[in-house]
Design a protein around this ligand. Structure first.
Ligand code: TRP
Ligand code: SF4
Length: 333
């Protein structure tokens, strides 16, 4: 049986953090290694321009570092096609063609863009936030997926509305041209654990509460020390409560063996362990877990990374050109 195509991308915004690892990359690696799909994983550099069009000094180094994170976390260029979006010009061609058949209000209705659209319509001045490219964000995303005939798209819930639009665009293309050409891509929501930042909020670079996958052991320890614990545990002698423990305990849940987890809970709740020691142990577990990933991360030179991308881009272009040839035929252009 033919394998289905699976497509997903990430914007190159800098080194990835543990939220990305447990929320995205570990899932991608497992999907890849299940051998059930043809996997296409890419770096969405065009998408990063929708907001950072004038701030591109770090773009190339971000692409290299993101690829480094991909490879370190187990994405394998021999199993998956790994590429940079902007190297695949066929995607931009499909974006243009799909934009011709996409009603403007479909794009404006995308809830992620709705607020921007409303602000732009209300203001008397030109809104620099809502560019034409930004409005096209979900159409470009549709082109990303459909260029590779993607049927499955592993994404977070925040991307659900974009993907719904991709399905509608695929359906409309097939309807207009009277051919079942594009599959309707389905989201693949994988269960992801809660990954808090050191302050207890969702881990995010913009909240400045993240720990990078690439962090050193010492840096990791320094960040773990700052983690918010059980706010009601005032003194070392007070029993703690793991359910109230904001950050360290959720990480134990993600990383520790069942016996360790049980031990932490008992010792915390009987005041046998203090938070300082508990964090020390956690940092150790974290560093053990990420050690091979960090070593792998550092094992590639920049040149090796660029070569891997070059090969991935070539593989992607071949597939993309196949699709676009057919699309041009169907449209008769
Ligand atoms: N919009 C996605 C994000 O911000 C990135 C992305 C771009 C993407 N194109 C895609 C994800 C295609 C899945 C499929 O995370
Ligand atoms: Fe959290 Fe550990 Fe402190 Fe208990 S002892 S509150 S689990 S950090």
């Amino acid at each position: 049986m033919n394998k289905l195509n699976l497509v997903s991308g990430t914007r190159p915004t800098g080194k990835l953090h543990l939220g990305h690892y447990f929320g995205v990359l570990r899932n991608w690696q497992e999907l890849q290694d299940s051998d059930k799909y043809n996997c296409f994983f890419f770096i969405a550099d065009w998408h990063s321009l929708t907001t950072k069009y004038s701030d591109t000094n770090d773009l190339q180094s971000n692409i290299v570092e993101l690829t480094r994170d991909f490879l370190a976390c187990g994405l394998n260029p021999n199993k998956s096609t790994i590429y940079v979006q902007s190297a695949i010009k066929q995607i931009s061609e499909l974006h243009l063609l799909l934009s011709m058949i996409t009603p403007n209000n479909w794009a404006e209705r995308d809830p992620t863009l709705k607020d921007l659209v409303r602000a732009a319509n209300n203001s008397q001045t030109n809104s620099p936030d809502l560019t034409y490219g930004m409005l096209g964000y979900p159409i470009l995303q549709s082109a990303d997926i459909l260029t590779f005939q993607g049927s499955l798209v592993p994404i977070g819930k925040d991307q659900e509305a974009h993907l719904e639009l991709s399905r509608e665009i695929a359906r409309r293309f097939n309807y207009i041209f009277g051919i079942e050409f594009f599959p309707e891509p389905k989201p693949l929501f994988t269960t992801t654990p809660l990954v808090p930042g050191i302050d207890g909020d969702k881990m995010s670079k913009s909240y400045n509460n993240d720990i990078k996958i690439a962090a050193s052991g010492d840096d990791t320890f320094a960040e773990v020390k700052k983690m918010v614990t059980d706010a009601e545990r005032a003194k070392r002698q007070d029993p703690g409560n793991t359910e109230r423990c904001k950050v360290p305990y959720p990480y134990y849940k993600i990383l520790a063996e069942a016996e360790v987890l049980e031990q932490v809970k008992q010792e915390c709740e009987s005041a046998l362990r203090g938070c300082v020691d508990c964090k020390k142990q956690l940092a150790g577990i974290m560093n053990d877990f990420f050690k091979p990933i960090r070593e792998k991360r550092n094992s590639f030179s920049d040149q090796e990374i660029k070569n891997i991308l070059k090969e991935g881009n070539e593989k992607a272009i071949e597939k993309a050109e196949q699709t676009l040839k057919e699309v041009r035929n169907i449209i008769k252009i």
